[in-house]
Design a protein around this ligand. Structure first.
Ligand SMILES: [Fe+2]
Length: 257
């Protein structure tokens, strides 16, 4: 069961840190309010900054090269999400938090139309490509700036979580499985203890790692708060309703991030 009340929600690590205001959930982090979006992006109003993570552009064509044919629409669909968010928030800065491209040759496989769309995005604001494990080399001809890490205000943006205070990272593609009444739903989610935050993947063809997996929980000293993406909003999950994926798959391990 998800908490969707209009009152401040219970948030064990940060009293009054998360609440629903005007039907929108906010997360208090690093001294500012952040707005998580149902798509899996994060809007930092105080810095006019939009953060997206793990786009994995050209993942479909990467699999196709190896003989596993997937519909080749993932890049266009993911870019459409970023374009919609950029239109909604009109950011001064966009941070793509690593694994923006699925592999080193993704840039070469991009369709001309998608290249133009990326250049339009990177030219519309101050765009940063944070290095990821899938894309350690920033794209050379698509605009924007490549960085290993990026510090803005009291926050540091890095692809892989290290536990540093004020760190916002991605990499783990966290998803929450919420159970109730004999059924469950599995949704992308934000994970935070107020000191660090792990963002979900925004890519439309990416899988995810259950937040109950040790790879996620070991990043935090205490069990973190889980903000789950829904159809039109983001909700603080009741930790008692979180389910593991182990019973379905035998193990949570083996997911390549
Ligand atoms: Fe990734």
């Amino acid at each position: 069961m998800l908490d969707a009340s209009s009152d401040p929600v219970h948030f064990p690590h940060m009293p009054s840190a998360a609440r629903k205001l005007n039907e929108q959930t906010f997360i208090w982090f690093g001294g500012d309010m952040f707005q998580p979006t149902p798509e899996g992006a994060l809007w930092w109003q105080a810095q006019k900054t939009l953060i997206v993570s793990d786009l994995h552009l050209e993942k479909g064509s990467s699999y196709a090269r190896r003989g596993q044919l997937l519909p080749p629409y993932d890049t266009g669909a993911t870019l459409a999400l970023v374009e919609r968010l950029a239109g909604q928030f009109a950011p001064d800065r966009i941070i793509s938090l690593g694994d923006s491209f699925h592999d080193a040759l993704s840039e070469e496989r991009l369709a001309e139309t998608d290249i133009a769309r990326i250049r339009e995005l990177t030219g519309s604001c101050d765009w940063f490509w944070v290095e990821g494990n899938h894309d350690p080399e920033p794209p050379a001809h698509l605009g924007g700036r490549g960085v290993t890490t990026l510090r803005v205000g009291d926050c540091v943006f890095r692809h892989e979580p290290t536990g540093a205070r004020g760190e916002i990272s991605g990499h783990l593609h966290p998803v929450a499985r919420i159970g109730g009444r004999g059924r469950s739903v599995r949704r992308k989610c934000f994970v935070t203890d107020g000191h660090q935050m792990i963002m979900p993947s925004l890519g439309t063809l990416t899988g995810g790692l259950n937040v109950l997996d040790d790879a996620v929980t070991s990043c935090f000293a205490e069990f973190p708060s889980i903000f789950v993406t829904g159809g039109r909003n983001v909700y603080l999950a009741d930790a008692r309703t979180l389910k593991s994926d182990v019973s379905d798959r035998g193990s949570n391990s083996g997911w390549r991030l």
